[in-house]
Every structure is written in structure tokens, then in C-alpha cells.
Design a protein around this ligand. Structure first.
Ligand SMILES: C[S@@+](CC[C@H](N)C(=O)[O-])C[C@H]1O[C@@H](n2cnc3c(N)ncnc32)[C@H](O)[C@@H]1O
Length: 353
């Protein structure tokens, strides 16, 4: 139990000191000791340690990898399990998708708590006629595993375009699209299932920094793939696997959604530029964001930056308090409760102002 107060800094050290073999080894040893008791396991999960440990499995350091694997084994549970299909229920709508693995999928490897809140809100807003999903052409930004996009398909969207910037996530989304099509069964009328899939679900590469050339240049070498350094994909492999996946440059959408897409700098500015470029006129973007502090940055400031970036481009923005998950739904990992909860951000342009 004496290790508990140090779990958070040890988890942080797996990221910040990941290039320092001595410090990262010390952090792993501490986590191994902490994981010997249930509160230690809980603390590791609650501070996002599972994701960091999974990343450590890819280090070129056998001893460190062995310890990371041993800690993970002690922390078995939902966030420690490997890739696979998962089913979510939202007021009678079932969404089945595939979650991937931290090395492939970076921060989008699992569904995040705000993705679940987003789904619940989409159902409520639709029922109250505050948002029209039926027959809409929807763009999801930072899809990760795409939970909100797949729910939109269930709610009758005419087409859902999933986007992200990590090749492993795009591949994983492809697999989830296949799951949807299998679940729906063959189309008797047209007999062309793949065409139907391509019409209703698309998976594209969209990197927000690309909407903002100045930022893109400035952050190119500073921001590791996966945001927190979780994916250090080989640049050539990345270029190869996204080559045919770019979202066509001039496409715009009447409805854009995104959950948990505004955290570290420079994402707020890049996201504002992306929404500006991709939102049709008239158009609405609806985001659900946790108010999450990031090392060196306060969560509220990040959201303010996003709002400022959107307003300065002429869009109308409203920020509202969003509902939160119930306390017993928070399990650590990607379901971590933040003291200031979540907000929803409405962005409107044109007639929908
Ligand atoms: C915290 S995850 C949220 C995933 C999903 N929306 C959810 O709620 O479960 C953030 C997502 O944004 C994506 N992302 C981060 N930076 C990005 C960027 N510059 N361009 C495009 N996507 C980005 C990540 O790859 C990840 O899938």
C-alpha cells in the first residue's frame, strides 16, 4: 500500500521518461509492486496505466517488456484485454464494433467515456427533434473505434464517414464496418453487399493539422504519432497505408460529430480549422468533450481555445454542460472520471445559426 501515492507519477513516467531506461525501469518496478494489491491495480487503471503499459510492450528492452507484461497480467480486466468485438446498448439500439490495441490504435484504441455520452445524447436530441440524424450525411472526426458513427447508422443516417489519422485505427474501422454488414445480412434486392457498404460507411484518413499549414509545419516533428507517442509508426509504412484513403479535399458535411477530440495542444486550433473546412453551409457540428487537464494545460483552457478558434472563423458556438456517466460506470482506462465532467459543444453555420 505504501506504493499507492506514487502510482500516478510512475504512470506519467512511462510516457515522459520513455526514452530514459533508468527512470522508466524504476517506474515499472514500482507499478509491479503496486499491482500486488487490488487498490494498486485500481490506481494503475484509474491513471491510465494500462494504456501506457501496453505501449511499453513494444519497447526494445526485454527486461522492461517482461515487467510491463507482468503488471498487465495482474491488472487483467476490460482495459487490459486484447483487441476484439464489443457490444454496446443504447436505449434499444445495439452497436457492435471492434476495439483494437494500444500499439496499433494509440488513443483511439478503445471507446472513451465521452463516446458513450455522445451516443446517449444523440438519442435524446433526436427524440426531442433538436438534431436530425435520419437521412443525414455525417462526418465523424477522430472516430477511434467509431461508436458514435455506428450509432448514427442505426439511427438512420444515409451515410457515415469515419475519419482518423492512425492507419491501425482505419484498418480497425474497416473491420467494424464488416461486422455491421454481417449483422445486417445479405441485401436481397441488389445482391451487391460491398457496394451497399461503400455507400453507407466510408473510412478515410483525415489529419486535423493538415487543415492548418502553419500549425502542421510547426508541430510536424514535435507531435508524435498517436498524440502521446503511443504509435511510432514508420513514416513510409504510414504513407503507404493511407495513400488511397484521404478524404477528398473539397467534401463538406451538413452534420459533423466528434467525441473526446480536444485535448493536448495544438489539437484545439487544428480541430477548429478542420471543422471550418469541412462544415457545410448550413451545417452543424456537435462535439462531446471531457474537461480534462493535460500535462501543463488546464482542460477549460483547451476548450476555450477551441471555441475561440471556431468563433474567429465566423461560426456560432454554444458550450453546454453534458450529462456524465454514472459513477459505477467508470472503470478506469478510457473510462476515467474527470472532476469537471463533460461538455457538449454546438457549432453552427449559415441558416442553422
Ligand atoms: C480520445 S480518442 C476518442 C475516440 C472516439 N471519438 C471515442 O470517443 O471513443 C481521440 C481520437 O482523436 C484522434 N486524433 C487525435 N489527433 C488527431 C489528429 N491530429 N487528426 C485526426 N485525428 C486525431 C485519435 O487518433 C483518437 O482516435
Amino acid at each position: 500500500m505504501e506504493h499507492l501515492p506514487h502510482v500516478e507519477s510512475a504512470v506519467d513516467s512511462l510516457f515522459w521518461d520513455r526514452d530514459d531506461p533508468v527512470k522508466r525501469f524504476a517506474a515499472l518496478e514500482l507499478l509491479l509492486k503496486a499491482a500486488a494489491c487490488e487498490p494498486g491495480v485500481e490506481a494503475i487503471r484509474a491513471h491510465g496505466g494500462i494504456e501506457r503499459l501496453r505501449k511499453a510492450l513494444a519497447w526494445d528492452d526485454e527486461e522492461a517488456v517482461d515487467i510491463a507484461a507482468a503488471v498487465l497480467a495482474q491488472c487483467s480486466g476490460s482495459t487490459a484485454r486484447g483487441p476484439g468485438a464489443r457490444t454496446f446498448e443504447f436505449s434499444g439500439h445495439t452497436v457492435r464494433l471492434r476495439e483494437t490495441d494500444y500499439v496499433e490504435g494509440g488513443l483511439g484504441w478503445r471507446v472513451w467515456a465521452s463516446g458513450v455520452v455522445m451516443c446517449r445524447e444523440l438519442i435524446r436530441l433526436t427524440a426531442e427533434n433538436k438534431l436530425t440524424i435520419k437521412s443525414s450525411d455525417i462526418l465523424e472526426l477522430g472516430s477511434g473505434c467509431g461508436v458514435a458513427g455506428f450509432l448514427c447508422a442505426k439511427l438512420g443516417a444515409s451515410r457515415v464517414t469515419f475519419t482518423d489519422y492512425l492507419p491501425g485505427l482505419l484498418d480497425n474501422l474497416d473491420k467494424s464496418v464488416t461486422l455491421q454488414l454481417e449483422e445486417e445480412g445479405p441485401v436481397i434486392s441488389s445482391g451487391d453487399e460491398s457496394k451497399r457498404g461503400n455507400e453507407r460507411f466510408r473510412v478515410h484518413y483525415l489529419e486535423w493539422l493538415a487543415s492548418c499549414p502553419v500549425l502542421s509545419q510547426e508541430w510536424k516533428s514535435r507531435r508524435p504519432m498517436g498524440g502521446d507517442g503511443s504509435c511510432s509508426a514508420n513514416a513510409d509504412e504510414t504513407t503507404h497505408s493511407i495513400k488511397n484513403r484521404f478524404l477528398p479535399t473539397n467534401e463538406t458535411f451538413p452534420l459533423i460529430i466528434g467525441s473526446d477530440v480536444c485535448y493536448e495542444d495544438p489539437l484545439p486550433s487544428a480541430l477548429a480549422a478542420t471543422i471550418d473546412k469541412r462544415l457545410a453551409n448550413p451545417g452543424t457540428a456537435y462535439l462531446v468533450l471531457p474537461v480534462r487537464d493535460w500535462p501543463g494545460v488546464c482542460g477549460i483552457d483547451l476548450i476555450d481555445k477551441l471555441v475561440h478558434g471556431l468563433r474567429s472563423r465566423g461560426m456560432n458556438v454554444d458550450v453546454e454542460k453534458a450529462p456524465d456517466l454514472d459513477d459505477d460506470e467508470y472503470q478506469g482506462g478510457t473510462f476515467v472520471k474527470h472532476p469537471l465532467g463533460m461538455v457538449s459543444v454546438w457549432v453552427r453555420r449559415g441558416e442553422s445559426l
